[in-house]
Design a protein around this ligand. Structure first.
Ligand code: DAH
Length: 347
């Protein structure tokens, strides 16, 4: 009996020194395992008198359960400590820098179109749209290009079904639609950015789907100098105040006179470079005074009304602004490219 008490108090002493679960498990085996010291005592029962056996057995069970309690309590204590330690180490440090999330950004051609719209809205223009599937009548005929007109060949067109319906090859038919709505009475100031389609061989400067920005002004007393002032202000807004423009005579069936607008090269001082091939001037749009035939077909009296029109290519404007030499990049939606061009703009 004395032996059993001694075993228990030794266990109490030893348990105080235990610092981890592993050691505790070993201690448990030492005392309560099959060959543990408490079990060893059980063997003594066989050598005892019948009268002693009962008392001893009871005491032994008591000791066993006390030893178990001691170990269990210690186990909980150690586990609590482990948990506390873990929580202490896993504390979130809110001062650490965060992981950067990569954001998308607008396509640079889209940004250019927005810049153009903003400029013209500030000048009092409406921003209009028209259908991409268009009537031959609006895309060509009413723009002074009758069926057999040779200038039709310059725009290799995607026809749909028959020769009355097509994918518009230019945004100029929106001029016709707008004038028809104006019923020969309303002044017009509009731009129309939108897609146009041509059967082109695809290369760095040609694609089959392009974006044009058409402009049309109809009013009384409009002259070529209004067109020049407008395009000059626009080009300075996009490319900077030092850019100059010049008009060169040209031909479009729907304008008379027609001009080609050049701007002074923004990449050299006019001395000639790769971008202006080496002339010092870069062509940026076609334009002119709305042809009297077009005014007439749309119900405007050419003796009372005049107008000017222009057509920019959004890809060309974007390529010039960002110094690009391959327009296909604009439509590939590669975010790395957009980020690149953003940086160019910042510099
Ligand atoms: N539609 C012409 C083209 O696609 C561009 C153009 C030239 C539009 C002169 C106009 C204009 O409105 O006046 O080549």
């Amino acid at each position: 009996m004395k032996n059993a008490e001694e075993i228990l108090s030794k266990l109490k002493e030893k348990i105080k020194t235990i610092k981890n679960i592993n050691d505790l498990n070993n201690l448990k085996a030492e005392y309560l395992g099959k060959k543990g010291s408490i079990n060893e005592l059980t063997k003594k029962i066989g050598t005892m008198l019948e009268s002693e056996k009962k008392e001893f057995g009871k005491k032994l069970n008591e000791i066993k359960s006390k030893a178990n309690d001691l170990i269990e309590t210690k186990k909980q204590e150690l586990e609590k400590k482990i948990l506390e330690e873990k929580l202490k180490n896993e504390k979130i440090d809110i001062t650490l820098p965060s992981t950067k999330i990569k954001l998308g950004q607008p396509n640079i051609e889209e940004k250019m179109i927005e810049m153009v719209e903003e400029f013209f809205i500030n000048m009092g223009y409406d921003v209009l749209e028209g259908p991409e599937i268009e009537l031959d009548k609006y895309n060509f005929e009413m723009l002074n290009l009758p069926k057999e007109h040779p200038a039709r060949d310059a725009q290799d067109t995607f026809y749909l079904k028959d020769d009355t319906l097509l994918l518009r090859s230019q945004t100029s038919p929106v001029q016709i639609r707008t004038m028809l709505e104006g019923k020969g009475e309303k002044p017009i100031r509009m731009i129309c950015p939108g897609k146009a389609y041509r059967r082109e061989d695809i290369n760095p400067t040609h694609e089959q789907e392009l974006c044009q920005i058409e402009g049309l002004v109809i009013d009384k007393n409009i002259s070529l100098s209004d067109l020049k002032g407008t395009v000059d202000a626009f080009v300075k807004h996009i490319f900077g105040p030092n850019v100059e423009i010049r008009f060169r005579p040209s031909y479009y069936p729907f304008t008379e006179p027609s001009v080609e607008v050049d701007m002074s090269c923004i990449y050299c001082d006019g001395s000639g470079c790769n971008m202006c091939k080496p002339k010092g001037w870069i062509t940026i749009c076609g334009a002119g005074m709305v042809h009297p035939n077009v005014l007439k077909m749309c119900g405007y009296d050419p003796d009372k009304w005049q107008g000017f029109a222009f057509g920019f290519g959004a890809e060309r404007l974007t390529m010039l602004k960002y110094n690009m030499n391959d327009m296909r990049i604009l439509h590939e939606n590669d975010l790395r490219e957009s980020a690149n061009f953003d940086r160019r703009e910042d510099n």
